[in-house]
Each structure stands twice: as C-alpha cells, then as structure tokens.
Design a binder for this molecule. Structure first.
Ligand SMILES: [Zn+2]
Length: 682
C-alpha cells in the first residue's frame, strides 16, 4: 500500500463498498507500526482513520465487523506472540500539563492522607515501550509487554537480548522469592542515529523514532536482529513481590527501591530522580528537566511524580484506571517557528491534488523539516495559513510534522490564500466533489503527473510487483522518452537503456527478468494495478474468483457487480463504468497482446455449487475449499447477505455469527452436513 492511498482514505468518505479497503488500510498501518516499527502517518491521522471506521461500524450494524481492526483493541497485543495476563494490572498514569495541575494533585494527596508528613519522588518518564519482568528464585522467567494493561505479549526471548535486563537478580538476598519489575525499553538517541545511518547505507528503510522502534523491536521474531537494535531497559517500579509487601526490605520508599535496584545491577532512575519535600520543589525539578530534555541522551516525554512512601502508596490505592499516588507531568510538544515561503501541489494517481508547505529548514526534535503536508484546503483555511507567514511546526511523539498555527503577530505583507484552480501538471480545471475535502484533476487520460503516478503504482510491490522498476527509474525512463504509458513497460528498447548512464548488461538483464516475470502474475494483481477506486488486494481477490478471463467483466451488469461480496452500489457503478470505458478496454487488450496474463482459475459454471458463496467461520478447511471451487462455488471471506451457506464447526451454540446468518436467511451447516448434502464432494 502506498502512502498516497492511505492519504486518500483520510480524504474520502467511508461507505459500504470501500469499507473493507478502509479496514485493510488500518491493518496495514498496524502492521507497519507494531511489526516493522514504522510510523507511516501521524498519531492524529491514525485516530481520524480509526474513528471513521469505528463510527461507520456503529452506524451500520448490518456489516460484520467482528474481525475489524477496530475490534482488536489491545493495541500491542496483535502479533503472533502468546498473550499473558498480568498478575497485577499495569495501570496507566493520569496526566498533568502545568503547575496548576500539579498543585491540584498535591491538594488531593493532602486530603487523602490527612495531617501527616509526606514527600515525593520525581523521575524522568522515558518514552519507549513498557515491560513487566518476572523473577522467580532470582531468575528471569518471563517478560511481557504492557498490552492493554491487563494482558500483554510474552516476549521473554526478545527481552533476554535487551541491555540491562538481568537474567539473574539477587532478590533472595532482600527476602523475596518472586519479584515483578516494571520498566521501559528505550533506545539511546545517538545510537539510534547511527543505526539509521547504517540502514541508509544498506539501502534499508530508516526507522522513524526511538519509541516506535523500541516497541516494534520487542516484537520481531528474529532474536539476532533484536540484539542489533540497541535496546536497553530502565526499571522504574516494583509491580509486586512474594512474600507480600511488608515482609521484606522493598517496602520503605520509592527512592530506597530505586537505590536497591541499582545496587543489584539494574539501570534505574538512580542519579536522575530526586526526592522532593514540597510540590514547589517538584514543579521546579520538572521545569529543570523540561529545559534540558532536548539534549538528554534518551527521549523522555515528561516526568513521573510519585508519593515516596510505599506504605502511603498502598493506603491510597488506585482507581481502575490509574494509581491515586502518582501522576505524569507531560512536557509540551516541541514546537518551532519557521517561515513558510511557498505552497506547492502534488498530483496523485487518482488526480487528488495535495498541498505541501515549503518552509525554511528548521530542526524540530532532532529532525530537519523542509516540507510539511497541509492535507487539504479546509485545513489551510481553518488555520488561516498564508504564504510568507511564520508558522509553528510541531513534532509531538509524531513522526510526520504538522503545522499547528500561524504567528499572527509576525504577519506582514501576506496575500489571502487561494487554492489553485488548475492542475499544476496539465493545467486542466480542478474540481471538488460533494463530501470530499480534496481537489482533483479529472483529466485522467493525458495528465502527465497522474500518468507518472499510475505507472509507478502499476509496477509497485502491491500491484504488478515488477522487480527493478522502482519510482526513480520510472521517472528517469519517462524523462528519457523510454516509457510513456503502462503498455510501454512491455515494449522497452533495451539498447536505448544501455546508452544511459549507470546501466550495464547485468542491471538490464535483471530489469528484463522482472518485467517478464510480471507477465504471468495472477489475475488479481492486474486488477489491483489498474488502480480502480476501491480495488485493493482483498477486493481484487474477490473479483478474480468471479471470472476465468478478466475481460468477461465487460458483460457484467450492475446487478451482477452488486452480487459480489463487499461490492456496494457505488462501487458497482465504478466497476461498471471502468469496464465500459473505451480507453480501459484498449489498455487491457493491448496488455494481453503484449503477453500479460488476463486469465484466472477455470470456473465450473455447470457445477452444482455455481453461483453459491460459502463462508467458513472459526476455522478453515483448504481441502474442502478446493472441492467447493471445483464444483463452481465460491469461498467468501465474510458472512453477508450475499452468502448462501455458512459452515460452522458446531451448530446451535447461539453464537452471534450463527444468529446473524439466520437473520440473513443464510443456511447454516456443519462440515458433515455439508458433505452429506453435496455428496459428490467426498
Ligand atoms: Zn492534471
């Protein structure tokens, strides 16, 4: 999936025909974030996308959203690591943002404790990934991620590769058989920079920030690679101990515990934190760290203020969300002013024109920012951004910088902002459709910018996956007149390419092989590569099951399109239009004549299951699925009104799926019943 596609989702309305594509986009972002430790869009944009899908699901109970990424709430707990329950929940902290909040917190402590002396322990809040380490008889037996606070993932093997996570901690000496420690896995900032330099040299994608990289790295399956990621841990708390608190040494105070942990060899806030007698002292210490955090060797996003006495902590207890004896003090996001000297416009594959602010280079939280996406016209107008303004650029935990506001006091001689009226590439008039935030160039046939993006998309990994034909090469080939449109990929003049700088026999042979191999791709890849609105991987696979020859879609009526899984009326119209447009058919015939595969699996149109969609729930049965397809049936992904038969392991369990199937009038069968009914199957 390309970034521009994700941005399209942010700009477009969700409906029943593109719903599954929205889900796929969110799944893709989750995978990138949690598995590859890569943040593709800002947290803000992620939330926008998430909420769009969630809202749509609430408003459309008829849609089966049981497997929607919005339902997998345990953010961290979705890779294939085993889930483990925390014996004592890992609560989050309530937040404070200024001195007043801290004074309020102090007032509540005073009220709860009554007329007794108390003090605070204040320490930096590391911005990484939380972990719980369980030690039994001095040995590390389990490490888990925070997950949703009650359940996390068992990442013991990976944790053993993390610096300062000790395999053995001498807690027996302190009188404990079992100790659970809580800490944060982080990456040193300068090591992080070096890691990225090395990745750049190797041509790998660079990591975006330390926090995401730490959390992603704890979840990769390759232990040796975990070791390469420069992870280290700071321990900040004791989750629980056995025998119970009060029976050993770790019961006095947070400051004492931090010191003990440090003596055992753990890395902690020892030397970083401070015991404060008054809230004024706490505030001053927080301010001190806020000043120096930009130069500190680890990313920290605030401070943690805890009652120092463990006895007092226990007497205050916790709500279901957060302990009453602690609070996080959050630093302000780093925000830097700079001059916006121009707004440029980028034209995407589907003609969407995205405004981009060009700013005087400014370093924000260690990253030099030169251009910032302005998303769309409404965003520019609502913030009243104009060329020539001094704007504030913010990078919170986010990777993609944002313009947050304009410094109106600095405004001089600026003209009102006006969105461009014509395409920067082909000069045709732009339009803005009802309900969309984006302006588009609708010249789909001859707009050079769209043409370039279309070719890039066609060859990309998710589409035709043509090895050796990346973005930069396509750009150059177009400039040199070697490629002009999609079919010309299959008519390359290799002798001309050999004349270009940097091309040798070997690289040309690799390119030729990549292009040749793409000719025999499965049909659904070509369906994706055509770039029809709403046709991503899942949709393309559903469509490919319908015909044994791609151009059979020419004959499809709207009703036939609507009958396909996940295809709603709007999508049906768009597919119908696509296969009735002269230029699209021409393109397909041309590609076919150049040897590109347009054929899918043979479909048995006389089989007894022809026209029927069968959905499995709770299990898969590849052998049976093959037989179903051999009999002309189609195996669907999700239960819907279009389903003919739902196959379950057990009937009558009263599950929501079964109930829904009956509501839809879908026949429900067990495997045995199904095989008996269609006896020719077994
Ligand atoms: Zn254009």
């Amino acid at each position: 999936m390309l970034l521009v596609d994700i941005l399209n989702f942010l700009n477009s309305e969700i409906n029943s025909s593109n719903y599954s594509e929205f889900c796929r986009a969110l799944e893709y972002l989750n995978h990138k974030y949690y598995i590859d430790a890569e943040q593709v869009i800002s947290d803000y944009d992620y939330d926008v996308l998430f909420k769009k899908i969630e809202k749509f699901e609430e408003e459309h109970p008829e849609i089966d959203s049981s497997e929607s990424p919005t339902k997998l709430v345990a953010k961290g707990a979705r890779s294939s690591f085993e889930t483990v329950a925390h014996s004592v929940p890992m609560l989050s902290l309530s937040n404070s943002y200024n001195a007043e909040d801290l004074i309020d917190f102090d007032d509540s402590i005073k009220k709860e404790l009554g007329d007794v002396d108390y003090e605070y322990y204040v320490e930096p809040k590391f911005d990484g990934s939380s972990i719980a380490l369980l030690y039994e008889n001095n040995n590390l037996v389990r490490a888990a991620t925070r997950g949703d606070g009650t359940k996390g993932e068992d990442i013991t093997a990976n944790a053993r590769m993390v610096k300062h996570i000790l395999q053995v901690g001498d807690f027996k000496k302190l009188g404990y058989d079992t100790v659970e420690l809580r800490g944060e896995v982080v990456i040193n900032k300068s090591k992080f920079e070096k890691m990225n330099e090395a990745r750049e040299e190797q041509g790998l994608v660079t990591f975006q920030n330390t926090r995401n990289t730490a959390s992603g790295s704890l979840r990769i399956k390759d232990i040796a690679e975990v070791k390469n990621r420069n992870l280290e841990a700071f321990i900040y708390n004791i989750g629980f101990v056995k025998p119970e608190m009060g029976s050993g040494d770790l019961e006095k105070s947070q400051s004492f515990n931090i010191e003990q942990l440090s003596k055992l060899g753990f890395q902690s806030a020892q030397g970083l934190g401070k015991t404060c007698k008054t809230i004024e002292e706490v505030i001053a210490f927080c301010n001190e760290w806020e000043e120096k955090r930009a130069h500190y060797e680890y990313d920290i996003d605030g401070m943690v203020v805890k009652l120092n006495s463990i006895q007092q902590q226990l007497s205050l207890g916790a709500t279901s969300h957060h302990p009453k004896w602690a609070i996080a003090y959050k630093f302000k996001a780093i925000e830097k002013p700079t001059k916006l000297f121009n707004i440029e416009y980028q034209v995407g594959r589907t003609g969407i024109v995205t405004p981009v602010a060009k700013v005087e280079p400014v370093s924000v939280g260690g990253v030099t920012v030169r251009s910032v996406s302005l998303h769309n016209e409404d965003n520019i107008l609502s913030k009243d951004i104009r060329i020539g303004d001094i704007v504030f650029i913010e990078r919170a935990g986010d990777v993609i910088p944002q313009i947050t506001r304009v410094d109106i006091n600095e405004r001089k001689n600026v003209v009102d902002f006006e969105y461009i009226k014509t395409c920067p590439s082909c000069a045709s008039e732009l339009i803005r459709r009802d309900g969309e935030a984006a302006w588009r160039c609708v010249n789909t046939t001859t707009c050079p910018a769209q043409n370039l993006e279309k070719i890039i998309y066609f060859a990309s990994k998710d589409a035709m996956n043509i090895n050796g034909l990346g973005k930069d090469i396509i750009k150059r080939f177009i400039e040199e007149g070697i490629i002009k449109d999609i079919p010309s990929i299959y008519q390359l003049n290799y002798e001309e390419i050999l004349k270009l700088d940097g091309w040798k026999e070997k690289s040309i042979e690799n390119l030729r092989q990549g292009i040749e191999a793409s000719k025999s791709n499965e049909m659904h890849r070509l369906l994706i590569a055509l770039g029809i609105d709403g046709v991503g991987n899942t949709m393309a696979k559903s469509l490919a099951k319908k015909v044994s020859y791609l151009l059979d879609f020419k004959e499809y009526t709207i009703d036939q399109w609507v009958a396909i899984d996940d295809v709603g009326p709007k999508m049906a119209q768009s597919l119908f239009d696509f296969f009735h447009k002269e230029e699209n058919l021409k393109l397909l015939y041309k590609l076919e004549s150049l040897g590109v595969n347009l054929k899918g699996a043979e479909i048995n149109t006389t089989g007894i299951l022809y026209g029927k969609q069968i959905v499995f729930t709770g299990f898969r049965n590849p052998e049976l699925e093959k037989k179903i397809e051999a009999l002309g049936g189609e195996v669907g992904n999700t239960l819907s009104k279009k389903t003919s038969i739902l196959i379950m392991k057990e009937k009558g369990s009263g599950s929501s799926k079964e109930k829904k199937a009956l509501d839809y009038g879908v026949e429900v069968m067990t495997v045995e019943e199904f095989e008996r009914e269609y006896s020719s199957i077994s």
